[in-house]
Design a protein around this ligand. Structure first.
Ligand code: GLV
Length: 327
């Protein structure tokens, strides 16, 4: 009998053909995503799972799906998966690093420019018909912040943080960086976290969401940011205290923010950030270019095929599961 694989989203005929020769493939084709119960039912007797960052893979799910032998996520971030629980069961987890670096850095820089120069606010102003004689052009209309010559602080100097630094250098910014490993990067001044927070006109987040980075930008840290500065987040929502950020933006202590990611996604309708003109919001689209999304899917399928063929996944988050026991 062929192994059974469940995919939580519809696959193109080409991809299903590619996978289908090695397994019995099922996928979720309903419009609404599976609830945890539906996911549990769908996965109950499956051996492999190709998932999205919107699927929670936790201890409870694993307990109900004892046949699960591998998981392959179409994402680089894996905070939706309980990696320790997978390690305990020897289940490899694949992800898609590398291919989304430039696409995500492009979006981070787009948010930086949009927040600095009030692009989304200006767009709403024009669309809503408010650009009329009584609101005519004036020297103080929609003034924002200069990017060129400003200081950008990059939190996390992994591949995406470094790609952000290259973009900032091209725009004539001074670039400060902080990472736990104090990684040396050409053109980036390594500074202490507190110094980065206090000196930067723009701060951009590029760390994974882990127990160490959850709420890293707490109310206290946000309050130490340079007055009039701008916060950009294309990493994960749980890194920032959104209520504290909303207060500082409302009081104009911070000039603006540009976020692609939120603590709860889809964003809760009562999220206070939604009411603020100096907040630019986009719906978790950091990697959303057609070629990057295609490459992510290719990597996720390749990880799945390796698992189906008894090989190690090429991009495995928890390679220790391949080590012989007792090593
Ligand atoms: C996107 O956020 C990803 O983790 O791929």
């Amino acid at each position: 009998m062929k192994p059974r694989v469940f995919c939580s989203f519809p696959l193109s005929p080409e991809v299903s053909e590619q996978l289908g020769s090695d397994c019995e493939l099922r996928w979720w084709s309903r419009h609404l995503p599976p609830t945890p119960e539906e996911l549990r039912e769908a996965l109950a007797c499956c051996n492999g799972f190709i998932c999205l960052l919107t699927d929670t893979v936790d201890e409870a799910l694993l307990l109900d799906c004892p046949d699960l032998e591998w998981v392959s996520s179409v994402s680089v971030g894996v905070d939706h998966v309980d990696v320790d629980a997978l390690i305990k069961r020897g289940v490899p987890l694949g992800h898609t690093p590398g291919v989304l670096v430039d696409t995500t850095a492009d979006l981070a820089f787009a948010l930086l420019l949009a927040a600095a120069r009030r692009v989304a606010e200006g767009d709403r102003f024009v669309r809503s018909g408010n650009w009329r004689a009584e609101n005519r052009w004036s020297p103080d209309m929609f003034v924002g912040k200069d990017v060129s010559g400003a200081t950008l602080g990059i939190v996390g100097l992994g591949a995406i943080g470094r790609a952000m630094a290259r973009r900032a250098q091209g725009f004539g910014m001074r670039v400060l960086g902080w990472s736990r490993s104090q990684r040396a990067v050409a053109g980036v001044e390594n500074v202490e976290f507190d110094e980065l927070i206090r000196q930067s006109d723009f701060v951009s987040l590029h760390v994974a969401l882990t127990a160490d980075t959850r709420n890293l930008f707490s109310a206290e840290v946000l309050a130490q940011m340079k007055p009039g500065s701008v916060l950009i987040n294309t990493a994960r929502g749980g890194i920032v205290d959104e209520n504290a950020l909303a207060r500082l933006l409302r009081e104009k202590r911070l000039a603006a923010a540009g976020f692609d990611v939120f603590a709860v996604e889809p964003i809760a309708p009562d999220n206070p950030l939604l009411d603020l003109d100096n907040m630019v919001l986009v719906p978790h689209i950091g990697s959303a270019s057609s070629s990057t999304r295609r490459r992510m899917l290719e990597l996720a399928v390749a990880n799945g095929l390796s698992a189906l063929r008894g090989q190690s996944m090429q991009h495995c988050v928890n390679p220790e599961v391949y080590e012989p026991p007792g090593k």
